[in-house]
Design a binder for this molecule. Structure first.
Ligand SMILES: *[C@@H]1O[C@H](CO)[C@@H](O)[C@H](O)[C@H]1NC(C)=O
Ligand SMILES: *[C@@H]1O[C@H](CO)[C@@H](O)[C@H](O)[C@H]1NC(C)=O
Ligand SMILES: *[C@@H]1O[C@H](CO)[C@@H](O)[C@H](O)[C@H]1NC(C)=O
Length: 184
């Protein structure tokens, strides 16, 4: 209670007296298979209508900051449309009436930072042979559903398999197991 009151007073002091608008907290990127979202937490102030501006700047090739979005009323912004080969500085700030906060800054390099999701796996048994097929993962962007292999070059799948109830696990690579196919 006291803490909440203190928070409210502090928020009011920040906004009402000094005119300082606090910046977004905990800005971070969440990226899986090139679907990339800049996320942040609102500043601990609930007064009035806060909105956010998100800007991005390419480091290589070097560019100036451009608006990704302005007047945003939610605390996330999809940045999947940035080229996956680039390297960027992303920044977000709080807007309140005619005031704004400092920027919260995040660096982002899609090829290095995105999390590569698991492939989809299809298993079937035929005449005593086990067939295991792998597909993907594929990019999860609006106009791009290419296999990630197109971006990263060749890759292999590792398969860990074991007999039910057994502790002995066998590790294989897709390239040396003839009954396994994972070409896509
Ligand atoms: C917040 O924005 C809405 C819609 O623009 C407006 O109706 C409302 O009065 C605003 N509230 C404050 C506290 O400024
Ligand atoms: C970003 O948007 C704001 C508000 O619409 C505008 O004032 C500013 O000039 C824009 N900045 C760039 C780099 O386009
Ligand atoms: C947030 O912005 C969207 C799009 O600009 C709008 O449709 C929506 O009503 C807004 N939500 C609130 C709570 O103001």
């Amino acid at each position: 209670m006291a803490a909440a009151l203190r928070g409210a007073l502090w928020g009011c002091l920040l906004l009402c007296v000094s005119g300082i608008v606090p910046k977004p907290r905990n800005a971070r990127i969440s990226s899986v298979n090139f679907r990339s979202v800049l996320l942040w937490d609102p500043p601990g102030v609930r007064k009035g209508n806060l909105s956010y501006t998100v800007q991005a700047k390419s480091i290589f090739p070097k560019q100036n900051f451009n608006n990704v979005t302005t007047n945003l009323n939610v605390t996330e912004c999809d940045v999947s449309s940035l080229s996956v080969y680039g390297a960027y500085v992303l920044r977000v700030r709080t807007e309140w009436e005619d005031e704004h906060s400092d920027w919260a800054v995040v660096r982002f390099k899609p090829m290095a930072d995105t999390v590569i999701g698991p492939p989809s796996v299809n298993v079937k048994s035929e005449s005593g042979t086990l067939h295991v097929d792998f597909t993907g993962p594929a990019a999860d962007r609006e106009h791009d559903k290419w296999s990630l292999k197109q971006y990263y070059g060749s890759w292999i799948y590792r398969i860990l398999y074991w007999k039910k109830g057994s502790n002995k696990k066998i590790l294989s690579r897709s390239s040396i197991l003839l009954a396994l196919s994972g070409t896509k």
